[in-house]
Ligand binder design. Structure first.
Ligand SMILES: C[S@@+](CC[C@H](N)C(=O)[O-])C[C@H]1O[C@@H](n2cnc3c(N)ncnc32)[C@H](O)[C@@H]1O
Length: 321
């Protein structure tokens, strides 16, 4: 595997955010979970920066697990790689007999490997079967979504997950076309979107198919639904003093993370109490002011970092009883 294929995004900042929770020499041995192993860039840096820590790394993509397994082999049993969707984190930890962890990292979205492998259908720049499943062993692909969903549902998906203003126009064209012949490949969809959009809409925002592809990918993988369960579950799995860092790549993901962190950092006391009892005190302390962005230098070197938004939080209290 080429090491230049994927440069981990905002790597040093992620390590710095998690460091205070992982630098303890143990026992007990600190545990850090990388919920999005991908090609193992962040995971390898975690293992090397925190020599006393044990890494549990999840990915729903078996190919990612295979490649990273080779990369992380030198770390032996300090690294445990698991094929799982990240909202299964509580079950994975229970199976491994780990009650609480000291660090959690999420680097959301698709990996450069998934984008580079043309036959998986994530990239609008190459003609490929419209699949887009991160886990190719389960679920339905993008072609089936396009060919079978009712028009209203497609419009909702394009608007909500792609923030596509021209959703109705695109969906009308899709429905017209799929009646002639079902969709199977990406090039036909890209061409249809290009033809369907008015000139003005094509002048802004890069490739006009980008938003539709993002929307389909989010739908096919149930990304926001899974994330909505996964972030609270990850916070729940943190020991007091444990830290979580999340890298998002679009506003919907970032908004969700922001809401969960903000809720954890707020008191749950009914308004008007003169003294806030312990059980209503916040469970989280925010470690980032708003979302942190990559530096201009990083974006110049790694275009994939451009949309990144990083948020961190620390667990400061046990669950209320
Ligand atoms: C951006 S990549 C991670 C790259 C990694 N940080 C690195 O440095 O190589 C995101 C990875 O998360 C995985 N992924 C996305 N959603 C997931 C989910 N719900 N559960 C488990 N893995 C997921 C994808 O398959 C992909 O391999």
């Amino acid at each position: 595997m080429s090491q230049t294929r994927h440069v981990p995004v905002m790597l040093q900042r992620c390590l710095d955010l998690l460091a205070p929770a992982l630098e303890t020499p143990g026992p007990p041995q600190p545990v850090v979970v990388d919920c999005t192993l991908g090609l193992g860039g962040h995971s390898e840096a975690l293992l090397s920066a925190f020599p006393s820590a044990r890494l549990i790394a999840l990915d729903r993509d078996k190919e990612a697990l295979r490649l990273s397994g080779e990369r992380l082999a030198p770390y032996g049993d300090r690294a445990t790689l698991v094929h799982a969707v990240y909202d299964e984190l509580p079950e994975v930890l229970a199976r491994l007999g780990i009650p609480k962890v000291q660090g959690v990292l999420f680097d959301l979205g698709v990996s450069s490997m998934q984008l580079d492998e043309a036959d998986r259908g994530f990239a609008y720049a190459q003609d490929a079967p419209l699949d887009m499943r991160m886990d190719q062993t389960t679920g339905i692909g993008a072609a089936e979504v396009l060919n079978t969903y009712p028009p209203g549902e497609l419009v909702r998906i394009l608007r909500a997950y792609g923030e596509e203003k021209q959703a109705k126009r695109i969906v009308s064209a899709i429905v017209r076309e799929r009646e002639k012949e079902p969709f199977s490949n990406s090039a036909r969809l890209v061409e249809l979107i290009r033809d369907a959009l008015p000139q003005a809409a094509k002048r802004t925002g890069g490739n006009p198919a980008k938003r539709t592809f993002q929307a389909l990918r989010i739908e096919v993988n149930g990304e926001l639904t899974v994330l909505e369960r996964a972030i609270p579950a990850a916070v729940q799995s943190l020991a007091v003093g444990g830290r979580i860092a999340v890298l998002s790549y679009h506003s919907l993901e970032d908004r969700l993370v922001k809401q969960v962190f903000a809720a954890g950092a707020a008191t749950t006391a009914p308004p008007g109490l003169p003294v806030v009892p312990e059980r209503y005190q916040p469970r989280l302390k925010l470690l980032t002011r708003g979302a942190e962005l990559p530096t201009e230098e990083e974006v110049a070197e790694n275009r994939r970092a451009a949309p990144a938004r990083l948020r961190g939080a620390q667990r400061i209290r046990e669950e209320e009883r």
